[in-house]
Design a binder for this molecule. Structure first.
Ligand SMILES: Cc1cc2nc3c(=O)[nH]c(=O)nc-3n(C[C@H](O)[C@H](O)[C@H](O)COP(=O)(O)OP(=O)(O)OC[C@H]3O[C@@H](n4cnc5c(N)ncnc54)[C@H](O)[C@@H]3O)c2cc1C
Ligand code: SF4
Length: 437
């Protein structure tokens, strides 16, 4: 191999994908006539109004939904988003520049938004092509543009962890001030407004109605995992996903490509805020300014916005901060607002991973990836070890990409290089249309 490894594994024409036995479209390539959402026009900083009823900072999961609800209630709304609005075909399927493996960046994050990483010698500023930067997306739709789209509801007990398990010494653990029943109507609304495909699991809280779309059919690995779960007496069911399993809202259903989580959808079947509530909020008169950052806010309604080297203050009755867990806290701190808890107690989620070797191929390569799950987490034990406090789930792993984990899901053999040993191929993973990926 005489090319840089990054170039080699990124380029669909280098032969790397075939060598690894990876096919991005196991169920067939996207039809060329798939209608892809268009981007509405974006106003310039100078064209914004002096005053809005509400300004929403961030256009991700929280901001997109807030803008839609506010616009529907008749409010004048401005959404400020520091990223760009990419079209469905602007973000290539690139296996080293994406939101799961960003050795070369992630294609959407603009430069100039460094993160501080603490270390023994103080803080280091890292940019988006540093593996310590992590997955946060900076684009219209925020994390929902690339997310795995798992749309779990909390279980009723998740709202009362402190009562159930007690408060560990030194911990700030507390019950939620609301219950599952309080939240149920809103779960229902968001599942139907955005679009979730799924089927309720036994043991979950009561629900007003089913999901709006049927779940994905089981994959080869789901059948195997379900059989294993049955021997343990665990009930299983499909993973609820914010993905179209049927045409919806003028957009196509999923074509079950081999790279979902971390990648832009090639047929725009992912129901993020960029493809659902934001376009509707804009239709109702919302202004969305992109490549513009809220740099300071005040508690009497001023929002200072910086864009393309200029800055101006716009006023609002209400300011909604939806810049994500880190950026929202940072903006509050920069603005001298909030209390000593702001920016503290950030909690991520972890993954527990199990690998197994099988005599036959158990992976069919079909997307979207997470195919089956159990919510069987009996809470009778005295300690919640191994149980997530938020929507506990055991589910199968999301989709693979050739450079990250495809090999890990297949027969182990020495690393393959051009001219070296070849990984075995399985006919079921080859492109359905017979063409080169
Ligand atoms: C690869 C990946 C997979 C994921 N999978 C799942 C999943 O399967 N299920 C699930 O529930 N969650 C998943 N998540 C997490 C989920 O996407 C986030 O929890 C969710 O998007 C957070 O919503 P948010 O509104 O708080 O922030 P975000 O969606 O991150 O949106 C914040 C937006 O605000 C913008 N912004 C920040 N600061 C400013 C500022 N000062 N001025 C202007 N704009 C600003 C950012 O550019 C960003 O677009 C995943 C995330 C990623 C990246
Ligand atoms: S698997 Fe995910 S990315 Fe691929 S077509 Fe389906 S929704 Fe889109």
């Amino acid at each position: 191999m005489d090319r840089e490894p990054l170039d080699f594994y990124t380029d669909p024409d280098s032969g790397a994908w075939e060598e690894l036995g990876f096919d991005p479209y196991p169920a067939g390539r996207p039809p060329v006539e798939v209608p892809l959402a268009t981007r509405p026009p974006v106003p310039a900083l100078r064209d914004l109004r002096e005053h809005y009823d509400a300004i929403v900072v961030g256009s991700g999961a929280g901001g997109g939904v807030a803008a839609f609800v506010l616009a529907r209630s008749g409010a004048s709304v401005l959404v400020v988003e520091r990223g760009s609005w990419f079209g469905a075909r602007d973000l290539a399927i690139d296996h080293v520049r994406n939101h799961r493996f960003f050795l070369g960046g992630d294609l959407d994050t603009p430069p100039g938004h460094p993160r501080a990483v603490p270390g023994d010698d103080g803080e280091t500023a890292v940019e988006y092509d540093d593996l310590r930067y992590h997955h946060n997306a900076i684009t219209v739709g925020g994390g929902t543009r690339f997310f795995g789209a798992q749309a779990w509801r909390f279980l009723p007990d998740d709202f009362r962890m402190a009562s159930l398990y007690g408060v560990p010494e030194g911990s700030a653990l507390a019950d939620w001030p609301i219950t599952y029943d309080d939240l149920e109507p809103f779960y229902d609304q968001v599942e139907w407004e955005l679009g979730v495909a799924g089927r309720a699991h036994p043991g979950e809280g009561p629900r007003e109605r089913d999901y709006p779309m049927a779940p994905f059919p089981p994959t080869t690995e789901a059948a195997l995992l379900d059989a294993g779960a049955r021997t343990l007496g665990w009930p299983t069911g499909p993973v609820p996903l914010l993905l179209n399993t049927e045409p919806r809202g003028g957009r196509a259903p999923c074509i079950r490509c081999g790279q979902c989580i971390g990648f832009a959808c090639p047929v725009d079947a992912r129901n993020g805020t960029h493809s659902t509530v934001l376009p509707r909020a804009i239709e109702m008169g919302t202004d969305l300014i992109t490549s513009a950052q809220a740099v300071r806010i005040s508690d009497d309604g001023d929002v200072e916005i910086a864009a393309h080297g200029a800055a101006r203050v716009v006023r609002a009755e209400r300011i909604m901060l939806a810049g994500g867990a880190i950026e929202t806290a940072r903006l509050l701190q920069l603005s001298g607002l909030g209390n000593e808890w702001v920016g503290d107690c950030l909690q991520g989620h972890t993954y527990a991973v199990a690998f197994g070797l099988f005599d036959s191929d158990v992976h069919d390569g079909l997307g979207p990836g997470p195919s089956t799950a159990t919510r069987h987490m009996p809470r009778s034990q005295p300690h919640p070890h191994g149980h997530g406090a938020c929507g506990p789930t055991r589910s199968s792993r999301p989709s693979r990409s050739p450079s990250v984990s495809w090999r890990a899901a297949r027969t182990p053999s020495p690393p393959s290089r051009r001219g070296g040993s070849r990984l075995p191929r399985t006919p079921s993973t080859r492109c359905g249309c017979g063409r080169r990926p």
